[in-house]
Design a protein. Structure first.
Length: 629
């Protein structure tokens, strides 16, 4: 089918907007490629250092001078269930590449923190910044210039975007991403949500809550809800950086090991052929495909930030208007928790990524003429792997959904629009995920209750002070203020208010979790309050209208919001976000970070006019206390 005209229009606009930055990026990658293989430029002493710790057999292979060497960047640790399986991946990779006359080395490791552990804790204020730290660590790992291609081992929230950004600095090389897969299903998601809501109301004790959570998160592998981690995997597949349909295969299986080995061998093939370098795989078209895949499956709101920074690493400039317009023509094909009751294992069983890829391609919602690690075109991603008599076999995925309550064709979607929308007005620009919000809850007009810490807001909710129609405004939560933590701890309490029949909405310059759900939440408000954004002018009792259907986020009856004095952030709040739990190490990040719509990044400059808010005067209350110290 012909490409949807809106998809074509948005892609053309992105291409034109990115003309200078993309050309500069490709020029640099061409120069790196044309300078020759890195290992050929290393002196004998350099090369000896690079292989001093390897086996005799690998040393002999490396001394040949013509055999590919694969650099592996791993985010392994055994605190993250999703990353624990990576402990054994390097051995699988080394064995696989030796079979095809190549070598592989772990070039370096990156940090990998778990938002599930830091939710509601001070460490969450490092979470978003960890993405850029991971990008930098990836750059350090690959800067030895001893590799002919690379493999990235990562799954979770900030890790895959960080690996993606860092690897693009070496986009003259082919790069293959290898995931670990989800854990088997635990207790039903509806049951987990019920217990969380009851705990928020004091109806069950902490022991009951802990038992429920352990029943949900119980073994190696990715958490099974469709949050940021699993959204990452969907995007890596539709972006052409995975082997097809590898995202949702369980870790502790022969098929997973076979796929990891096949990914390693593919990295060798690409090193030898010089094809599918990452700079060519990641293009304006593939970025659009990634956005559409996210929207079609109701993926994580965190990617409204991550995708901007990820694209910028390849010289591609996108913004929330692009995402909103793509969402308007993207069919919602999947209902996976928190947008439904099923988990990613059920999604995979119903047809998975191969079904989604084929449906989006046949409906004209994605570009099919893209470069992937499998070669030219997207068609390889309509296939699924199987292990038959120990051999990896590829065959076409299902042509019809095996469970239409979870996965539907583009001709009969759950919704004719995607799950993400832009809202804007005198309060700035924000995004809202509506795929899990019932239509009757998408428009809220109510008095504001303004807070500047999550703890104060939770206390007010617990004390019953917000048992009314209310728009909870939580400001000073942006990247400059405190690193833009997720505020998922508020979700259960807000859901309880909504269930009582009140009109409830949440407005913040912070983030919600990739698991944000049924309460309407205008998040990532940009510019943030601490940078002089409009939220700094809001007062308790102001009437705020959030209309996700019309794309509106505005005050009602306020003649000139910005004529009011800026709110003064409390000294305790400011100082509390500057020290402890490693936060003092990121003071410089808070000082120079871009806006949320510009990717909330410290890695890349953003051209003037991109992201909608480059000329906002700074908030005079902003003080980088770490730098002062």
């Amino acid at each position: 089918m012909a490409l949807n005209p809106v998809v074509a229009e948005v892609t053309a606009r992105i291409t034109e907007r990115s003309r200078a930055t993309r050309a500069d990026y490709l020029h640099r990658m061409d120069a790196a490629r044309d300078s020759g293989a890195g290992r050929a430029k290393l002196s004998c002493a350099n090369w000896a250092h690079a292989f001093a710790g390897q086996t005799i057999a690998d040393k002999l292979t490396a001394m040949d001078g013509s055999k590919p060497n694969i650099g592996v960047v791993t985010a392994y640790n055994d605190m993250l269930s999703a990353h624990q399986p990576f402990e054994r991946f390097p051995d699988v990779i080394r064995k696989a590449v030796r079979e095809v006359g190549a070598t592989a080395q772990v070039a370096g490791g990156t940090p990998a923190m778990c938002d599930g552990v830091t939710q509601g804790r001070p460490g969450m204020e490092l979470s978003l910044f960890s993405r850029d730290a991971i990008a930098m660590a990836t750059g350090v790992a690959l800067t030895h210039d001893a590799f002919d291609s690379a493999m990235m081992l990562g799954v979770c929230d900030k890790i895959v975007p960080g690996l993606f950004m860092g690897a693009l600095a070496f986009g003259h090389l082919p790069v293959v991403f290898a995931p670990a897969g989800p854990m088997p299903s635990g207790i039903p998601n509806a049951e987990k949500a019920r217990v969380r809501a009851e705990y928020a109301q004091g109806m069950v004790d902490r022991t009951t809550l802990l038992a429920s959570e352990i029943g949900s998160y119980h073994s190696p592998g990715t958490c099974t809800f469709y949050g940021t981690a699993n959204s990452n995997q969907m995007m890596m597949e539709l972006g052409g950086l995975h082997l097809p349909s590898t995202a949702f295969v369980h870790p502790e299986t022969g098929l997973r090991d076979a796929l990891t080995a096949a990914a390693a061998k593919r990295a060798v093939e690409l090193a030898r052929s010089g094809e599918s370098r990452m700079a060519d795989v990641v293009s304006e078209k593939s970025i659009v495909n990634m956005i559409v895949a996210l929207l079609a499956t109701g993926g994580s709101t965190n990617h409204a930030i991550h995708l901007v920074a990820m694209a910028r690493a390849a010289g591609v400039l996108i913004d929330w208007t692009d995402m909103d317009q793509l969402s308007s023509v993207t069919p919602l094909l999947a209902r996976v928790y928190p947008n439904g009751s099923a988990d990613v294992n059920a999604f995979q069983a119903a047809g998975g990524v191969a079904f989604v890829a084929r449906e989006l391609a046949q409906a004209g919602n994605i570009h099919t003429d893209v470069v992937t690690v499998m070669g030219q075109g997207i068609e390889a991603y309509f296939q699924e792997p199987s292990l038959i008599d120990g051999e990896l076999v590829w065959r076409d995925g299902v042509s019809e959904s095996l469970d239409r309550d979870i996965l539907r064709p583009a001709s009969d979607p759950f919704d004719k629009e995607g799950g993400l929308r832009l809202v804007q007005g005198d309060l700035g620009r924000a995004v809202i995920k509506v795929s899990a919000v019932k239509p009757e809850n998408r428009i809220v007009e109510a008095p504001a209750a303004v807070f500047e810490t999550q703890e104060d807001a939770l206390q007010a909710l617990k004390d019953g002070k917000l048992n009314r129609d209310v728009v909870l405004v939580l400001r000073f939560q942006g990247p400059k203020a405190n690193g833009m933590p997720e505020l998922h701890s508020l979700s259960p309490a807000l859901s309880v208010l909504q269930d009582k029949g009140f009109k409830v909405a949440f407005v913040t310059d912070g983030r919600m979790s990739g698991a944000s759900g049924k309460t309407p939440a205008a998040i990532h408000v940009s510019p943030e309050a601490l940078a002089g954004g409009p939220l700094a002018h809001v007062r308790d009792g102001d009437i705020i209208r959030l209309d996700a259907e019309a794309g509106v986020l505005t005050t009602v009856g306020v003649a000139d919001l910005t004529a009011r004095p800026l709110a003064v952030r409390s000294t305790a709040n400011a100082e509390g976000s500057s020290w402890g739990y490693g936060r003092e190490l990121f003071g410089a990040f808070r000082h120079v970070v871009t806006t949320a719509e510009q990717g909330a990044t410290v890695c890349f400059a953003v051209p003037a006019g991109v992201g909608g808010h480059t000329d906002t005067p700074p908030n005079p209350n902003f003080v980088d206390r770490t730098v002062d110290a």
